[in-house]
Design a protein around this ligand. Structure first.
Ligand code: FMN
Length: 718
């Protein structure tokens, strides 16, 4: 496929719409940068400002309404294993309808920039590429070459690639205007917020976190709901799951308490990894709806609270220390407000989707703790925006404003990468370094901070526990009547705590893993965590865990490091369901009658050292001893030559395991962990299948078929 449809003459394009699909925000940031550059350097009219998510417009109906002189500029990220992000899923579904015929001409052309990570191999930018193919099939034309942004490109990742694409592809097809210093004055930027202080009296916190205090709770709850992942499940007030995935809307988050937070690597080991259990409780003040209880069994009639393979999206909070460091670099006029309740009013018209709807009532300290992502690294556009707030009377103001602004230029990408990316400089670091931003007459008002700082977004963790085992445990320990009314459940996570040191010796910490590591197990009913649960790549596999009795599909799970989390969920779930279905058979009987076959549940687990980071060792060994699974460990550093999961898998059973599992036993293969590992395992599978099915092409085709049938799936994260 040639990805260039036709090159437009610069004067034929007069306007554009910008659309993006993103999981973690980079595609939106690319859209923002492109919009700013188009505004400054071209005569193109930006019809929807810096753009909106695909699913905000009804794409199929929208395209024929757009005049051909308008350009559709699209930024599309890939997630999962070559999948589309949540914010384009409805559009993608509509575009795939068989009944959809080609758009009637004339229609607008498109310019597409895809975001991805080359470590995903053949799935690099798969979502964007699939979209391009489909749009071309539907008769749309590409106005310029498709752009590809890779997270690993030196000096800025996708943003470096974006600049190259803008310069080489997009800008040449747009009517240029002479570049004057089009740099926006502060006074020309409409402020969408009004902050009212002093209206609400201060009250003692009584040691309760601000977001849980009665007077603020509703305000925070509404704010948190906006961070809900699109596919999150909905729960009723008894924490019973009441919908299937895919129902849109801002869903109230679940509130959880940490009941277990244990280090599962040895104390002297380089990596601190935690086994964390979060207990989720209902709002006990709500009365039980008797209809939801099965009168015969006393059990809740609703489905399991979550499914094996699901993912927990957790909203992190900043630590007291980080907030104090940030407050210390704010102008005095702001830092003195710190514990005063503030009311934030927002102008919906000015907000568009460009700004965040913050909680209506909070304090500056609360906002910095629960809402603003002050530990994130400011993007180049942020530095440019910040430059407008330097104090006019500070001696270095002009120089510092120019420096901040120039760091956003394409030509200064290497400097930006050195200063921000490599040294992981956060907003607080930048405010500290550029002192004209924080001097007493700085223009940095509270309203400006509300405009500038990004909001905290949830981080995702594969759930490591089995919902059936959890429910059985709860039933065994809690009297039936009490359980039926509480609706409570728990989820377990396996979390590697991220920390490191930059080249210049600055320490950095992963936001959410460190937030979780700090939480001390507490009494159930004192929420510490705000979360949602949504389906993951391994939810709803055809492997017999929802139909209780069918274990016809043997599974081969490959998990390296914390990639073992979803595998634990699947294996424990199969074990719990199996046990429930065979509860009259004793252990001895099981072995005698060979009632379960260990080959039905194979785990290839990879870690560095058998004695230091062998997660859940005892559980695997017990299951293996009971004949419920087969374990193939790979300890990469326990011998001179490195041994990884792909090698163990390839060599097992005289190099026959892969082919006999897939071809003879019709088994499913599931892989979780880093993208490089996932790619290497996939390559070994193709290598093993090739001689059996004829050639490599057929082997790849077979894997694609298995993937469509839910018998091959990958969950990879960097
Ligand atoms: C869970 C996960 C899965 C991903 N899967 C892919 C993939 O299959 N192919 C790819 O090219 N990039 C993949 N990526 C990389 C993202 O596309 C890349 O990081 C991108 O810059 C993120 O953009 P966003 O912030 O707009 O979501 C994945 C990233 C994550 C976190």
């Amino acid at each position: 496929m040639s990805n260039r449809g036709n090159t437009m003459a610069p004067d034929t394009i007069t306007s554009c719409h910008i659309l993006w699909s993103t999981q973690s925000g980079r595609a939106k940031a690319c859209a923002r940068r492109a919009a700013r550059i188009l505004r400054e350097q071209t005569h193109i009219q930006l019809l929807n400002g810096m753009g909106c998510p695909f699913d905000d417009v009804s794409f199929v109906k929208f395209v024929p309404l757009v005049p051909p002189s308008s350009l559709l500029i699209m930024f599309v990220s890939t997630t999962g294993d070559g999948e589309h992000c949540d914010s384009i899923k409805q559009t993608w579904k509509a575009l795939l309808q068989k009944s959809l015929s080609a758009f009637e001409q004339p229609i607008p052309t498109f310019a597409l920039f895809c975001l991805g990570d080359r470590a995903y191999g053949p799935q690099f930018c798969a979502a964007g590429r699939k979209l391009a193919v489909r749009l071309l099939q539907l008769g749309m034309k590409s106005a310029c070459e498709v752009g590809y942004g890779d997270d690993n490109t030196p000096n800025g990742g996708v943003f470096w690639d974006l600049d190259v694409w803008l310069e080489g592809q997009l800008l040449p097809i747009c009517p240029k205007k002479p570049v004057v210093n089009a740099y926006e004055e502060l006074s020309t930027i409409p402020i969408p917020y009004r902050v009212h202080t002093g209206e609400e009296p201060k009250q003692p916190s009584n040691g309760i976190d601000e977001w849980r205090q009665d007077r603020f709770f509703q305000s925070y709850r509404e704010y948190f709901s906006q961070s809900c992942p699109i596919s999150a499940y909905e729960y009723n007030s008894l924490t019973q799951r009441i919908d299937s995935e895919g129902k849109l809307g801002d869903k109230t988050p679940l509130l959880g308490t940490i009941t277990v937070n244990e280090r599962i690597t040895t104390v002297d080991w380089e990596q601190d990894t935690r086994h964390i259990r979060i207990s989720i409780h209902s709002d006990e003040s709500v009365l039980v709806d008797k209809d939801t209880i099965d009168v015969m069994t006393g059990e809740c009639a609703s489905k399991l609270p979550y499914q094996a393979g699901d993912v927990a999206s957790i909203l992190p909070f900043n630590s007291e220390k980080v907030v104090a460091q940030f407050l210390a670099v704010l102008p005095d006029t702001l830092s003195t407000l710190v514990d005063t309740p503030i009311r934030i009013e927002s102008d919906d018209e000015l907000m568009g989707n460009q700004y965040t709807k913050w909680p209506q009532l909070c304090t500056l300290r609360g906002w910095l703790t629960y809402c603003a992502d002050i530990q994130s690294l400011p993007e180049r556009e942020d530095l440019r925006a910040l430059s407008r707030y330097c104090s006019p009377s500070h001696g270095a103001s002009k120089e510092q404003a120019e420096k901040l602004s120039s760091l956003s230029e394409t030509s200064q990408s290497a400097l930006y990468a050195d200063y921000i990316l490599r040294e992981k400089r956060s907003w607080a670091d930048v405010l500290y370094d550029f002192e004209s931003l924080r001097s007493s007459d700085s223009k940095l008002t509270l309203e400006a901070l509300l405009m500038l700082l990004p909001r905290m977004r949830p981080r995702e963790f594969s759930i490591a526990s089995s919902p059936t085992a959890d429910q059985r445990r709860t039933h065994d320990n809690v009297p039936v009547a009490e359980h039926a009314t509480s609706g409570s459940f728990s989820v377990e996570l396996c979390v590697a705590i991220v920390e490191g040191t930059t080249r210049l010796g600055r320490q950095y910490h992963g936001l959410c893993s460190n937030f979780l590591s700090r939480l001390i197990p507490s009494e159930v009913g004192r929420p510490q965590v705000v979360l949602w649960i949504r389906p993951g790549s391994f939810t709803k596999l055809p492997i017999g865990i929802d139909s209780s009795h069918s274990f016809e599909t043997p599974i081969l799970c490959v998990g390296a490091g914390t990639g073992v989390a979803p595998m634990r969920s699947l294996l424990l779930e199969r074990n719990a369901v199996w046990k429930h279905a065979h509860r009259s058979i004793t252990r001895q009987d099981q072995r005698d009658k060979n009632a379960s076959n260990p080959e039905d549940n194979i785990l290839v687990f990879g870690c560095r050292s058998q004695s230091a980071d062998y997660y859940y060792k005892n559980e695997w060994e017990t299951l293996q001893h009971d004949g419920m699974m087969r374990l193939l460990p790979a300890f990469s550093r326990d011998q001179v030559a490195k041994v990884y999961v792909q090698k163990v898998l390839a060599e097992a059973d005289g190099r026959n395991l892969i082919s006999s599992h897939i071809l003879d036993r019709s088994g499913g293969v599931y892989i979780a962990g880093g993208p490089k590992m996932a790619r290497a395992v996939r390559e070994e599978i193709v290598k093993a299948l090739t001689p059996k099915v004829g050639d490599e092409k057929r082997a790849n085709r077979l894997l694609a078929q298995l993937q469509r049938a839910g018998k091959f799936s990958v969950e990879a994260w960097s």
